[in-house]
Every structure is written in structure tokens, then in C-alpha cells.
Write a protein that binds this ligand. Structure first.
Ligand SMILES: [Fe+2]
Ligand SMILES: [Fe+2]
Length: 150
């Protein structure tokens, strides 16, 4: 997939971010565990921040954006898939969310690698690292609250 214009890439990413907001909002509403509700609410806010960034971004601004390098704890990659259901406990919820963020990271990283448009590539690199930040946050939470209680 390639994008003819920067605006097309922005529109595509906005759709993806809207999907992520929708996922976390619905998950927050149905989740039974109170800690999971809070976590999903926070993640929905994070994705709303991405949407706002895409709405306000001017094409020429993207060039000066730093791409952060995020440490990959690889907990998501080493964990079995958990299908979402309202009854999941907090540990399972963290797995669902970290895997979702891993997928979002990979999608944006693939798009960045596929395009020949430098500004589009930079936009997707920035978004890919943003989703890595989310994955890292969830994996750190998993380490603190799950792995240490074993
Ligand atoms: Fe996002
Ligand atoms: Fe995310």
C-alpha cells in the first residue's frame, strides 16, 4: 500500500486511531474488573491524543519530529494470544492490550517501510514509535503487577 499524498496517509491513520479509540472504549464499558476499566480508559485517552495530533499536524512540521527509540521488552511476543471477553482478569487484559499495541506498531512500521514519500514515511515512523511506547507501558505494568506477584 502506498499513499499519493500526505493527506491520504493522515486520513488512513485517523481511521486506524478511531478504531483503537472505539476498541478501548467498548472494552472499558464491558470490562468487569475495576483496574481493567481504568487501564482501558487511559488507553482510549492515549489514542485520542494520537487522533488530535493527526488532526492538528501540518505536513511540513513532520520533518522536525524526533523519532524516539523505545526499548522492546518483548513480553507481548512471548505471550500466548488471549481473546477479549468481559470476564478477563487484569493480567489477561494487559495481554490483550499489549498485543493490540504490538499489531499497531507493526502496521505503522510496515507502512513506513513501504512508502517512497519521505514525509509519509516519517509520519508512520513517528506513529510506529508511539505505539511502541504504549506497548512498553503495558509491558512494564505487566512486569510490575503480574510477574512480581508470582
Ligand atoms: Fe495510536
Ligand atoms: Fe496505541
Amino acid at each position: 500500500m502506498d499513499f499519493q499524498t500526505f493527506q491520504e496517509a493522515i486520513d488512513f491513520a485517523k481511521e486506524k486511531e478511531n478504531g483503537a479509540i472505539h476498541f478501548y472504549e467498548s472494552a472499558r464499558q464491558v470490562a468487569k474488573n475495576p483496574g481493567s476499566k481504568v487501564l482501558f480508559g487511559e488507553m482510549a485517552d492515549e489514542e485520542r491524543r494520537h487522533l488530535k495530533f493527526l488532526e492538528e499536524l501540518k505536513e511540513e512540521e513532520i520533518e522536525s519530529f524526533p523519532v524516539k527509540k523505545i526499548q522492546d521488552l518483548k513480553i507481548s511476543q512471548m505471550t500466548e494470544d488471549v481473546p477479549f471477553s468481559p470476564d478477563l482478569d487484569y493480567r489477561q487484559i494487559l495481554i490483550v492490550a499489549m498485543k493490540k499495541e504490538e499489531q499497531a506498531h507493526l502496521m505503522y512500521a510496515d507502512l513506513a517501510a513501504m512508502t517512497t514519500n519521505a514525509r509519509v514515511a516519517k509520519l508512520f515512523q513517528v506513529l510506529a514509535e508511539e505505539e511502541s511506547t504504549h506497548k512498553h507501558k503495558l509491558e512494564s505494568e505487566y512486569e510490575d503487577h503480574v510477574l512480581q506477584s508470582w
